[in-house]
Ligand binder design. Structure first.
Ligand code: GLN
Length: 216
């Protein structure tokens, strides 16, 4: 019975391979919730506030929060161009809510000086759900997640008003006043949701992202 060392080293190798370093942009917003979700998925979360930290991660999560504030801070921390460059080079990224807005190629109803990153060819409308459904929860069927609907929490959320030809729509609102609106998309290695999977304890969207990072 001399197999223990072999098994252990194979497990170690697999462990390193399956533990990608994923940055969470930590300028403003619900950073902690994403860090906790990544930890529970077996990834190695790292806070990103500087270009040197960005350069060291395999992928990046842009959290929910306030997109115009994050945009301003991206400028102040000199992260805008490094982040655009990494996205152009194919770094996997996931944005929830404000993060989705930042990943858009065009943003409606934002401040004229707000910057965005063009990680996904899409037009996003900020604060899109009317006052009546300003913040709400609903169940969504999410492409690729077959084991039941995703509970989606929307907080002054955006929706995707135009998805480019290379953008895969992963989820739309099923009913109510916003029925049919696009709320989750993917283009290549970049994923975005209008809602906040980081607050529900359902790890499937984060797992999907970690899998995408591992495959990249
Ligand atoms: N309304 C916010 C914005 O414009 C997004 C809200 C959120 O991230 N929960 O940035």
């Amino acid at each position: 019975m001399n197999v223990t060392p072999v098994v252990a080293s194979a497990a170690d190798a697999e462990q390193t391979q399956s533990r990608p370093t994923i940055g969470v942009l930590a300028l403003q917003g619900d950073v902690r919730e994403h860090v906790a979700a990544l930890e529970r998925c077996g990834a190695e979360p790292v806070l990103v506030r500087r270009a040197t930290e960005l350069a060291a991660v395999d992928a990046l999560i842009l959290p929910g929060g306030e997109s115009t504030a994050i945009s301003k801070l991206l400028g102040a921390f000199e992260l805008l161009e490094p982040l655009r460059a990494r996205l152009r080079e194919g770094m996997p990224a996931f944005g929830s809510c404000a993060g989705m807005i930042l990943l858009a190629s065009e943003v409606l109803d934002t401040r004229p000086d707000a910057e965005h990153l063009s990680g996904i060819d899409m037009t996003v409308r900020r604060n899109a759900f009317g006052r009546q459904v300003d913040s709400f929860e609903t169940d969504l069927s999410f492409a690729g997640l077959t084991d039941g609907p995703v509970r989606a929490v929307f907080i002054r959320a955006p929706w995707v008003e135009r998805a480019g030809p290379d953008v895969e729509v992963l989820a739309t609102v099923a009913d109510g006043p916003a029925a049919g609106r696009i709320v989750a998309v993917r283009q290549g290695n970049v994923l975005a949701t209008s809602f906040h999977p980081e607050v529900t304890g359902d790890l499937r969207v984060h797992r999907l992202f970690v899998d995408l990072v591992l495959a990249a």
